[in-house]
Design a protein around this ligand. Structure first.
Ligand code: ZN
Length: 457
């Protein structure tokens, strides 16, 4: 191995260890230093490793953890990154961490969650065997520009990995278009063949018009957001039937869903151990990836059923007398799915909306006006208390007021300790909906007051 690579690995490992000791893990510095020493470090360290990459707007982390469960159950020698390290420098650091000091990677497989904008560069270095593109939604516009910008970044990245098998969401007209360029890559599609809920919330679509000819799509059915059986009446661009398909939604509950998943013609009844339509998609995506990697279907199906909830996606914990469920919200489509979940739950509960506008949340919060809070306002008698918090709590309160919640019912509680105290005060279960940085802040506060920390690890 080149001396330069070995030095870069050493520096990356050493600086990472020092930072962790200082309690400052999760910075990009070690990867940055390594990249300075050896521009091609990622290419060197990943040589011969079969890499599965998961990208797309929503569900990357959950899908990755589902695939990881299948990797673990299949006994693969793999390593993976976590969502906080999904940019180029973070991915370099993870490879360096798992390399020997001589710069060799002792693992056969790597599972890498990759930010959709970062995929363009990361793909230049990685020998990708399988690329999962979950979906493309409007997200943090100020960071990535227009929605087609994200799509084009992924499209350009794909040109770097002509041997990778693409697992694409058949129901997302944007994602599905990645297979249309006469690319050499093998393609496997996953999708949902039927509506997930009997009635769908009124949702704004992120992709109303045909990506090829700008005519408005027609739909045979919709699952959520712009996902579903789309077709363009003018140019004929349409959903292609997926090889990995949810053919039946048996039940959707507050904690799990039961579906029939058809994997290349073999039907399996699958218990998805997470609630919500979006997790049905994540499960289908994970099954497609597992198929590409060569994991048998029985192992995959059992992995999906045993999978424990992912990092920040639907964490459950007890606060005083109340059972609380925390669900990350970061864009309209994802938020509407959370609202859909709450709407289909029964009984009284508390709601807490936490809105921040730091960089990782998206600094432009106008997206909250595209979220269907009206669907919650229509059921407001169910909600015993309604809290708003976070840096932009005032904007959140205003949005809820316009949705139809009476101003006097909306409680503005800025202090997280106080907020947790209020939620813990009675037994009504709570749904907590924080944006990204609010989730981290709140989790820190929870960790100080309860035993919940161990639950996360
Ligand atoms: Zn068209």
């Amino acid at each position: 191995m080149r001396l330069r690579t070995r030095l870069a690995v050493l520096v990356c490992k050493a600086s990472g260890a020092v930072l962790r000791k200082l309690g400052r893990g999760g910075t990009n510095l070690p990867g940055k230093l390594a990249l300075k020493i050896d521009k091609n470090i990622l290419g060197e360290l990943s040589r011969g490793v079969k890499v599965t990459v998961v990208t797309g707007t929503n569900g990357k982390t959950t899908t990755s953890r589902m695939i990881e469960q299948a990797f673990a159950d299949a006994g693969l020698r793999y390593f993976s990154n976590k969502s906080g390290a999904n940019l180029l420098t973070g991915i370099i650091a993870v490879f360096a961490q798992h390399a020997t000091l001589s710069g060799r990677c002792p693992y056969t497989h790597a599972l890498i969650e990759c930010d959709e904008a970062a995929f363009r560069r990361t793909s230049e270095y990685l020998p990708v065997e399988c690329l999962v593109v979950n979906n493309i939604f409007r997200d943090q516009l100020d960071r990535y520009g227009e929605i087609t910008h994200t799509l084009n970044a992924i499209r350009e990245g794909i040109t770097h990995v002509p041997n990778a098998t693409l697992c694409l969401n058949a129901d997302c007209s944007l994602t599905a278009s990645l297979a249309e360029d006469g690319i050499p890559n093998p393609v496997i599609r996953f999708g949902v063949n039927v509506p997930i809920y009997s009635e769908t919330a009124h949702e704004l679509s992120d992709a109303v018009y045909c990506i090829h000819c700008k005519t408005q799509y027609e739909y045979d059915y919709r699952t959520y957001g712009h996902l579903g059986g789309f077709r363009c009446p003018k140019c004929g661009y349409h959903r292609v039937a997926p090889e990995v398909a949810v053919t039946q939604v048996i039940s959707t509950g507050a904690d799990a869903s039961d579906i029939v998943l058809d994997i290349f013609g073999h039907a399996h009844e699958v218990h998805v151990n997470l609630p919500g339509g979006y997790n049905i998609y994540n499960a289908a995506a994970a099954a497609a990836a597992a198929h590409v990697v060569g994991i048998d279907e029985k192992t995959t199906v059992s992995a999906l059923g045993q999978f424990e909830c992912g990092f920040g996606r639907a964490e459950q914990f007890r606060l005083g007398q109340a059972q609380a469920r925390m669900m990350l919200v970061k864009n309209p489509a994802g938020y509407n799915q959370v609202i859909n979940l709450i709407s289909h739950d029964v009984g009284s509960c508390k709601l807490a909306f936490l809105l921040n506008d730091r960089f990782a949340d998206g600094t432009d919060i106008s997206w909250i006006w595209d979220v269907d809070f009206e669907a919650l306002a229509a059921q407001q008698s169910r909600f015993t208390r309604i809290f708003v918090s976070g840096v932009r709590a005032d904007d959140m309160a205003l949005r809820l007021k316009y949705a139809g919640f009476p101003a006097e019912r909306i409680e503005l509680v800025r202090d997280y300790e106080k907020l947790l105290g209020e939620i813990a005060a009675d037994a009504a279960p709570a749904f907590i909906m924080p944006t990204y940085t609010a989730m981290f802040d709140l989790r820190g506060e929870i960790g100080r007051h309860t035993d919940v920390k161990a639950f996360y690890e």
